[in-house]
Design a protein around this ligand. Structure first.
Ligand code: GDP
Ligand code: GDP
Length: 455
């Protein structure tokens, strides 16, 4: 009976985790000072409204848990402008773009007492392009008199403007009803705003590198097996292991422990297992057999981690079998095959003897810190301004694209968007990435740079 209760508890936990991970996202966008934060506070029901009267206060996108009529969703406040006199239009658009990309429904807030401004109009264009459902909030309609002003916002072409007083609460229930009508059951951008819980680690590497040996070493006696979907044997099983005073969730350990007889299509199944583990993990430890040549399969697994955008630690296992000769050749192989990922922390260890396995936790923490890291727009642009001045993009065909502005659009992994006046060559992107790493580190995390061309 106790067992049944346990199974039931796990099943409920698994369902809750899944719900949290796929919870729909609503982004609140609009010009500064239209009342976005006031509205967010109203919706999440916070009494002490944290509202600033000063425009341009730096806030990043902040995600909150919200619910209405029994539906739960993530509410994202996009108050994070860094206004500067010259670049405000660009920045408003940029913030809106990022938030809109990562949401299911947009709450577009306009100040009805001011009416639609040019900036509002340009945000509308962007919202249209996104194809996301938009609910238009005509804010600061504190009394009935204001409803006429609200109606004027039909001109924006976004359908019905909902008259609201975020300050006093007037009309906010109707707006939320309208949001619910557009809210999908499951988010199309799930994972954009991840939840807490123990950090999730995947142990990866080709057969026989020592994954299960390492798992046994780390887990020791007291390991908790977590059935993600209890009662079925096919589903991946995670294990909670306490290391360095913290709990870690090792994902899909069943795939490691169940030593599948791999005859045909071994490569295919190995890569499939890697992929499913990566879906669930935040960080991967890729084990390499240091006593053996680096294989093509090793490089492939590492590439899979990078492509999945997960943090990465490389463990050179079986170090107990590495003599001076082998060490020499190993370093040469690393230079040849892994030179692109010198940013990944490296741990030389032995799962057999346990030597230096305690260095994994600090390496994991470093990698995850980088993965979570956000560089402020001000810092980023100050740095970019310097390197672009010193090393401008080469002139091609009489043209030279200018870098206008950059922002870190996302974390996990850090993703940068650079706005430029023309096409940026691959080589120059690589140069920028190298410099970004030199300046800001990001040890253990892949970083992405995308370029948007603005005429
Ligand atoms: P944000 O920059 O868009 O997040 O705007 P805030 O939420 O910080 O609000 C800017 C100013 O507008 C603050 O002084 C708010 O008190 C005020 N405000 C917000 N909503 C309303 C409203 O519904 N009615 C009135 N009269 N003022 C509001
Ligand atoms: P998996 O297939 O990646 O899970 O690899 P296993 O953990 O099953 O290890 C494969 C073989 O390598 C076993 O015989 C292990 O005892 C051995 N092995 C694992 N780690 C080490 C190590 O650090 N040093 C040495 N010498 N052998 C190891």
């Amino acid at each position: 009976e106790e067992d049944l209760a346990l199974v039931e508890g796990r099943r409920r936990q698994a369902a809750e985790d899944l719900e949290a991970e796929t919870r729909p996202v609503v982004a609140v966008v609009g010009r500064p000072n239209v009342g976005k934060s006031t509205l967010v506070n109203r919706i999440i029901g916070r009494r002490e409204a944290v509202v600033e009267d000063v425009p341009g206060v730096t806030r990043d996108r902040v995600a909150y848990d919200a619910d209405w009529s029994g539906r739960r969703f993530t509410l994202v406040d996009t108050g994070g402008w860094e206004v500067d006199a010259t670049g405000i239009h660009l920045r408003v658009a940029e913030q809106a773009e990022v938030a809109v990309e990562l949401c299911d429904v947009v709450l577009f807030v306009v100040d009805a007492t001011v009416g639609a401004t040019d900036t509002d109009e340009s945000v509308v264009k962007l919202l249209r392009r996104s194809g996301k459902p938009v609910v238009l909030v005509a804010n600061k309609v504190d009394d009935q008199k204001g409803e006429l002003e609200a109606a004027a916002l039909w001109s924006l072409g976004l359908g019905q403007p909902w008259p609201v007083s975020a300050l006093h609460g007037r009309g906010s229930g109707d707006v939320l009803d309208a949001v619910l009508e557009h809210l999908p059951e499951k988010s199309a951008v799930s994972g954009a705003y991840p939840r807490g819980g123990p950090r999730r680690v995947a142990l990866l590497g080709r057969p026989n590198v020592g994954k299960s040996s390492l798992l046994n070493k780390l887990a020791g006696e007291d390991r908790a097996v977590v059935d993600t979907v209890a009662g079925t044997t096919r589903d991946p099983v995670d294990e909670l292991i306490e290391l360095g005073g913290k709990e870690w969730r090792f994902v899909d350990t069943a795939g490691i422990r169940r030593r599948v007889h791999q005859t045909k299509g071994a490569d295919f199944y190995a890569s499939l297992r890697t992929q499913t583990a990566l879906e669930k993990a935040e960080v991967a430890v890729v084990l390499l057999d240091a006593s053996d040549k680096i294989a093509e399969q090793d490089v492939r697994v590492i590439q899979q981690v990078i492509d999945a955008g997960r943090a990465l630690v490389i463990a050179y296992n079986k170090w107990d079998e590495v003599d001076e000769d082998r060490q020499y050749y190993l370093e040469r192989e690393i230079e040849r095959d892994l030179v692109q990922i010198t940013w990944a922390p490296r741990v030389n260890m032995s799962a057999l003897t346990g030597r230096h396995t305690n260095r994994l936790v600090p390496a994991l923490e470093t990698a995850l810190d980088s993965w979570d890291r956000r560089i402020s727009t001000a810092k980023l642009n100050a740095f970019l301004g310097e390197i672009v001045a010193a090393h401008p993009h080469p002139v091609r065909g009489g043209k030279q694209p200018r870098i206008l502005f950059a922002t870190q659009a996302d974390t996990r992994p850090p993703r940068f968007v650079i706005f430029a006046s023309g096409f940026i060559e691959h080589g120059y992107r690589r140069f920028l990435e190298r410099r970004l790493r030199e300046q800001f580190g990001f040890e253990g995390s892949p970083i992405e740079i995308s370029v948007r061309v603005r005429e």
